[in-house]
Design a protein around this ligand. Sequence first.
Ligand SMILES: Nc1nc2c(ncn2[C@@H]2O[C@H](COP(=O)(O)OP(=O)(O)OP(=O)(O)O)[C@@H](O)[C@H]2O)c(=O)[nH]1
Ligand SMILES: [Mg+2]
Length: 324
Amino acid sequence: MFIDEVEIYVKAGNGGNGAVSFRREKYIPDGGPDGGDGGNGGDVIIQAIDHIHGLADFNRTKRFLAEDGQNGMSKKMHGRNSVDTVLNVPFGTQIFQKDELLFDLTHQNDRVVLLKGGKGGWGNQHFATSIKQAPKWAKSGMRGESAKIKLVLKMIADVGLIGLPNAGKSTLISTITNARPKIANYPFTTLEPNLGTFISDDKRLIIADIPGLIAGAHEGRGLGIKFLKHIERTKLLVHLIDSSSSDPLSDYKTIRTELGDFSKKLLKKKEIVVLSKIDLISTERLAEIEKQFKTKKIVLVPVSIATNLGLKQLTDKIKSKSSL
Ligand SMILES: Nc1nc2c(ncn2[C@@H]2O[C@H](COP(=O)(O)OP(=O)(O)OP(=O)(O)O)[C@@H](O)[C@H]2O)c(=O)[nH]1
Ligand SMILES: [Mg+2]
């Protein structure tokens, strides 16, 4: 299952305690203090990498405790520092604590030390003075920090594909990128977002295909609007409208309403409006639909993937609009 929001508990390791110990050797009856220091506790580190799809790993395990440092030992032996705990997340993951955004890992290999491990305590060897030559105390290790955090994945894509179910979004992404999502002639084929890379000349664009929206999606109808966060960071929206629909203009407005109910910012994004599947309609009907949209000052890009019509015009437009 695709998971894009999880709450987890993380704790850095405690520092090891310093040791209280005295040198014991043959013929040296009163050896000095020789308690070693405790090792440091492990940090909790979060690192963004590119080959994970979603946050499902964190849905299975929800507690991540870094190792504690080892206690100090006699003969001034230092306890071992423990290894850090590294949590791998997909890039595009944001880290929240009580609704406050702490970190936003937008790039591959971004890495943050979320929690510091506790420092190891000093052994009694450090506490000897000229008047107190045999201190019987040492310092305890510091406790590692802990926190409840929320991880939220907002995919990083340049272009977002939107539209009603069955409009042809997945067909488009599978034609122009390396993504191979399921395609079928019924609504709600796509159940989770897909990313694909479009490569042309010197340009490389990440395109996101998200599940179809329907009227009332913001109230949870259909698959709802929860996937819209994955197009929040795109520069450009490509809105697909099925030309064989009885009322394409109303389909367009339905989606715009849902976008606006999710976030007004989505309405301000640049968009390309694509009229899909034009092999299914007559040229007269095409002219009629184009006229309707023109009254709203919307220029359509008519496309048929079935007959390869208009695809070049569309990809050229995607390239130019996404670089402006
Ligand atoms: N005739 C024709 N059919 C097309 C064209 N493009 C897509 N289709 C068909 O339309 C149907 C829906 O396509 P999808 O790509 O799965 O649609 P979607 O928008 O991803 O749908 P959801 O994932 O449910 O939101 C499939 O049967 C496709 O084969 C086209 O240019 N012409
Ligand atoms: Mg789809």
